[in-house]
Design a protein around this ligand. Structure first.
Ligand code: MN
Length: 179
């Protein structure tokens, strides 16, 4: 079983960093982070992933949006969690200095140089994000998001069978949200 203490360290760190941030549905941001961690835990259990990699994937899941969305920096993560976690979260972060259209492909390119337990977090993240889209999204935006999910899956599908299958189901089901 995974380490509860490592889970709590990352959870509390993320809670403090994201503070009052909300999801697009207005829920506390932690619901997104714990949903991503939950997907990772399920896949690691099913796939009998070794404990060290499981703990690492869970920590990365809980921290995966800190660099992109909070004041936490690469250096903070390096100091508090070590180089592997800092590199992983950095690879999961979009580079905002690039044009918006290039940001996903750039992040995927950096993720492809990371071990599979890091890539798994990207699939888990998109699984969590393929829940019902916000009311404000029109059909065009919903379709574009589905297309982007297909691209992510095609690039990272080999990292984990359970998560790939689950994301594939989410992509196929997403059509029900088109107005
Ligand atoms: Mn996320």
């Amino acid at each position: 079983m995974f380490s509860q203490e490592k889970y709590l360290k990352a959870l509390n760190y993320a809670a403090k960093a994201h503070n009052e941030q909300k999801t697009p549905h207005g829920l506390p941001y932690l619901t997104h982070l714990t949903a991503v961690a939950m997907e990772v835990i399920h896949a690691c259990e099913e796939g009998k992933i070794e404990l060290e990699k499981t703990d690492k994937a869970i920590t990365i899941a809980l921290l995966h949006d800190t660099i992109e969305d909070t004041n936490i920096t690469y250096d903070d993560l390096y100091m508090d969690f070590g180089v592997e976690i800092a590199e992983a979260v950095d690879a999961l972060s979009k580079d905002s200095s690039l044009p918006k259209k290039q940001q996903i492909a750039d992040s995927i390119n950096r993720l492809l140089t990371q071990p599979y337990e890091v890539q798994m977090v990207k699939l888990a993240d998109r699984i969590s994000n393929m829940q019902e889209p916000p009311q404000s999204w029109d059909s065009e935006k919903i379709l574009a998001y589905q297309k982007e999910a297909k691209f992510i899956l095609s690039c990272l599908k080999n990292c984990n069978m359970q998560l790939s299958k689950r994301l594939e189901d989410k992509i196929n089901n997403y059509i029900v949200y088109i107005k």
